[in-house]
Design a protein. Structure first.
Length: 177
């Protein structure tokens, strides 16, 4: 009996050691998935750019989806101005005009810059990830000292007619004016 308990503990320790990088990655992705639907609380869209009536806020993932069900779960727990948030996954920027928030992956065939440019000056809060290239959206995730942080490009937000709350700006690691 004692040898079995010791063996189980040893195997558990080996599994944790072997899986540690994957667990860290998953944690970063989970944190990003939790942040994404919350960003909308701190953004003001221009008149006519928010959903009508009881329509939901639309959070789009353009390109590959690193989040899977984590993003759906995080969005389901958020309400913006009495509206639920739904997640749509798009292969390209075509059809993204219905999105209020768009995570632009850009790690596949189309770089993030091309996907963001395809949105034109539509009032869409674009979010990118440092792990997937240098092009940045209005909000740009980066892992700094093992923690998920983000930068905000206030100039890009203004070009799209978006106003970002000072509360969110205060949480950013850096703000481009």
């Amino acid at each position: 009996m004692l040898w079995r308990t010791g063996l189980q503990a040893c195997l558990g320790a080996i599994a944790l050691t072997l899986c540690a990088p994957a667990i860290g990655e998953t944690t970063d992705v989970a944190v990003k998935a939790a942040f994404l639907p919350r960003f909308a609380r701190y953004v003001t869209w221009p008149a006519g750019a928010t959903p009508k009536g009881g329509d939901p806020f639309v959070l789009c993932v353009i390109g590959s989806d690193p989040f899977g069900s984590m993003l759906d779960q995080a969005a389901a727990s958020q309400v913006i101005d009495g509206r639920r948030i739904i997640v749509r996954r798009l292969d390209s920027a075509a059809g993204a005009n219905v999105c209020q928030v768009a995570f632009v992956d850009g790690s596949r065939s189309e770089p993030a810059g091309q996907l963001i440019a395809a949105l034109g000056h539509a009032p869409v809060l674009t979010v990118t990830d440092a792990a997937n290239g240098g092009q940045r959206g209005i909000i740009h995730f980066a892992v700094v000292n093992g923690r998920v942080r983000f930068f905000i490009d206030q100039q890009a937000a203004a070009q799209r007619g978006l106003t970002i709350s000072s509360r969110l700006l205060a949480l950013a690691l850096g703000v481009k004016q």
